[in-house]
Design a protein around this ligand. Structure first.
Ligand SMILES: Nc1ncnc2c1ncn2[C@@H]1O[C@H](COP(=O)(O)OP(=O)(O)O)[C@@H](O)[C@H]1O
Ligand SMILES: [Mg+2]
Length: 250
């Protein structure tokens, strides 16, 4: 079995009186889809936000390829090779898809650059971003339109595509299909397979058990901030065990 590319040990997170994570640990491996399951409020988003540098852990460790790392900002997570598609998306409404792609990244260009050069850099950005969106086979009406004018599916596609472009080790998707129709969901699922086959560890948060059975190599279940179980190779016959763990039935 391959060494975990990502490991979380003993994660605790409190928001005031709310103890959102109570000693959670898990591993994620390259070439594997890990489903992270649990009812609303179980702590799934909090856990991945800690791994992605949005929140800091109160206690616990994050290890990348066996080494403890301090992930205190989203930029630190990205440079550690972790890309995240957040449940609340985090796209900038007033920017175009291309600008959203490269926001806060190397390709951004300084204001003092002559106008012509800025235009060239911006064309390059548009071109690269369009190529990835195209890979996702999502139709955007106008690629240079502001994201605010786009549908939920189109916005989701941009967010997933952005993660796909920059993914190097771990891709985390927090309920990426929750707002999507069947055809749009299928595109996202296809991209998950592609990311996995490219050697990333994919962490998928979803309430869709069909998707879990279809894609997940392993499933970890959280309930009220605790990790309550883990199942290898979720399938039709152990799906009921997973659902029981999620809702807390004996
Ligand atoms: N920024 C925050 N401030 C205060 N409480 C939070 C915050 N984020 C999450 N929580 C609380 O932490 C718990 C876990 O939430 P969350 O991680 O979003 O669950 P899930 O993603 O599994 O639905 C909930 O009780 C939620 O209200
Ligand atoms: Mg959530």
């Amino acid at each position: 079995m391959s060494k975990p590319v990502l490991e979380v040990r003993g994660a605790h997170k409190r928001f005031g009186a709310v103890h959102a994570l109570k000693g959670v640990g898990f591993v994620a491996r390259r070439g594997e889809v890990l489903a992270l399951l649990g009812d609303n409020g179980a702590g799934k988003s909090t856990l991945i936000k800690c791994v992605s540098g949005v929140h800091g852990l109160d206690e616990g460790d994050i290890l990348i390829e066996g080494e403890k790392v301090a992930i205190r900002t989203p930029a630190a997570a990205r440079s550690a090779g972790i890309e995240t598609v957040y449940q609340d998306l985090a796209l900038f409404d007033n920017l175009t898809p291309a600008e959203n792609f490269y926001c806060g990244r190397e390709l951004s260009f300084p204001r003092w650059l002559p106008r012509g050069l800025r235009l060239l850099a911006s064309r390059k950005m548009n071109h690269e971003a369009a190529a990835v969106i195209d890979r996702l086979k999502v139709k955007l009406p106008k690629f240079d339109a502001q994201v605010a004018l786009m549908s939920g599916g189109q916005r989701q596609a941009i967010a997933v595509a952005r993660a796909a472009v920059f993914a190097r080790k771990v891709v985390i998707l927090d309920e990426p299909t929750a707002a999507l129709g069947l055809r749009e969901s299928r595109k996202v699922l296809n991209l998950i397979v592609q990311l996995r086959d490219e050697g990333n560890a994919v962490i998928l948060i979803t309430h869709n058990m069909e998707h879990v059975v279809e894609l997940a190599d392993r499933a970890v279940v959280l309930r009220q901030g605790h990790k309550v179980g883990e199942i290898e190779k979720p399938n039709r016959s152990n799906q009921q065990d997973l659902v029981a763990m999620i809702v807390g039935a004996e």
